[in-house]
Ligand binder design. Structure first.
Ligand SMILES: C[S@@+](CC[C@H](N)C(=O)[O-])C[C@H]1O[C@@H](n2cnc3c(N)ncnc32)[C@H](O)[C@@H]1O
Length: 302
């Protein structure tokens, strides 16, 4: 009988795409490839292959690194081959495993929502700092997507009354799920920016609106091809949604209330000008760890 090592396949080709109907009932059948074989034959960077295999097997990534070289069940091999093929075709890892970490918490994601980005944590940091000693502040997250910003603020500031709005019902469904699972109390509103908020006013408005220009070639490259267009671009030059959010904010902020927006790497100057034109004071931009101005804030007169 061959030892598990002796059945190790050669990896001159990536794993073939699996048959279209993968039988999950084959879970008990023994496959022929160990975790190490599957990772090295996947045609993916090992770090990505490990995330997908951990998702399929339920093992931790550390367990996969130290795993014995024994074959996995055939159904797991097939499920992994399916995900690896989709990843090779460009689908984002977060959509394949259905989750992404943000501010140390796990958020469900689907192709209905933008995958939360690490740089958006800066927006949350600035927002939490701005809330400071305010008691029971009212906070609005505009264009909530997965709910990452709203849920994080609600959990970091349990005394806050958080409202989160999005135009997309499908995104709100994911956001509601994330709020429920994480135990965050949030008022979810389907709204075209401020349209459904009536005369409600907030101490802090946070927004990460779509700010990529419609003709930006990056929209047709890499992982972003799979994200919702309406979450990425305003359909014009990139500043349209930002201006709508900035111009509408004074009618929905308390005196001395703050607006904080995330924007593109080359938009800070135009965004500051829009803040000033809308009557904001103390307008300034904050740079991320790479030194790029990513977030701009302004305060209404008191
Ligand atoms: C860049 S994504 C941000 C998602 C999430 N806040 C985050 O930071 O990961 C922009 C979000 O704005 C939403 N959006 C686009 N147009 C909108 C509109 N007119 N009114 C409200 N939300 C809108 C999109 O559906 C999307 O969820």
């Amino acid at each position: 009988m061959p030892s598990p090592r002796s059945i190790r396949p050669s990896c001159s080709q990536p794993l073939p795409n699996p048959p279209s109907s993968v039988s999950v009932t084959a879970a008990s059948a023994g496959g022929s490839q160990s975790p190490g074989d599957l990772i090295s034959c996947s045609g993916l960077p090992a770090s990505e292959a490990r995330i997908l295999l951990a998702h399929v097997t339920g093992w931790s990534r550390t367990e996969l690194i130290t795993a014995p070289q024994v074959p996995l069940p055939e159904a797991q091999e097939e499920a992994f081959a399916t995900l690896a093929a989709r990843r090779r075709a460009g689908e984002p890892i977060a959509y394949l495993v259905g989750a992404r970490e943000f501010y140390g918490r796990r958020f469900k994601v689907s192709p209905a929502v933008l995958i939360p980005r690490p740089e958006t944590e800066l927006l949350v940091d600035e927002g939490l700092a701005a809330l400071g000693a305010l008691s029971a502040p009212r906070v609005l997250d505009l264009g909530t997507g997965s709910g990452a910003i709203a849920v994080t603020v609600a959990l970091e500031r349990p005394d806050a009354h958080v409202t989160a709005a999005d135009l997309s019902p499908a995104a709100l469904e994911i956001a509601r799920h994330n709020g429920r699972v994480q135990g965050a109390r949030i008022d979810w509103v389907e709204s075209d920016w401020y349209a459904a908020l009536g005369a409600r006013r907030f101490h802090l408005v946070l927004a990460n609106p779509p700010y990529v220009a419609a003709d930006d070639p990056h929209l047709n490259q890499g992982d972003v091809r799979f994200e919702p267009r309406g979450a990425l671009t305003d359909g014009g030059g990139g500043l349209g949604a930002l201006r709508t959010v900035i111009q509408g904010a004074p009618a929905h902020l308390e005196p001395a209330g703050m607006l904080l927006v995330e924007h593109g790497y080359d938009q800070a100057e135009a965004v500051r000008a829009a803040f000033a034109a809308a009557g904001f004071l103390g307008v300034r931009s904050v740079s991320d760890l790479a030194g790029i101005e990513r977030v701009t804030r302004g305060v209404l007169p008191g």
